[in-house]
Write a protein that binds this ligand. Structure first.
Ligand code: NI
Length: 138
């Protein structure tokens, strides 16, 4: 970890109470670590808004009986092979598959890949979790 600097901040009492409730509800014992993670979450959000380099996971739950769906999802991943880092496939039950796809690229590109995969007919649920490379978070 880089050198720590102390800072003091001023908050109105009601805002401080809400912050403390949020911290406790999130399970943080340490107020500094809670605030650091809030700042990092904001930095990730900004990195995505600014179309900076980003990493993320795309989660898909789909019905593999839908015609050609598995092949089309795989084809799209091949079309973006430079951005797709890895894919994990789990056969949830007789009908359903779970895929978690790790992606890295410009934020806009990662979002377009996720949107393109999620909108296929037969995909029952899809979600993109956005993160950033370590550079923004140190
Ligand atoms: Ni499967």
């Amino acid at each position: 970890m880089s050198d720590l600097r102390r800072l003091s901040i001023s908050l109105e009492e009601p805002l401080l109470r809400r912050l403390e409730r949020l911290r406790r509800g999130s399970g943080y014992a340490n107020r500094s670590e809670f605030l650091r993670d809030l700042v990092r979450a904001k930095l990730v959000e900004r990195a995505w808004e600014a179309n900076e380099e980003a990493v993320g996971t795309i989660t898909l739950v789909y019905d593999h009986h839908v015609r050609e769906l598995g092949a089309r999802l795989t084809q799209m991943q091949h079309d973006h092979h430079t951005a797709i880092l890895a894919t994990t496939h789990v056969h949830l039950d007789h009908d359903h598959c779970l895929e978690v796809i790790l992606v890295r690229g410009r934020a806009g590109q990662v979002r377009r890949i996720a949107d393109g995969l999620i909108q296929h007919k037969g995909v029952l649920h899809g979600a993109l979790t956005m993160s950033a490379t370590g550079r923004q978070l140190a």
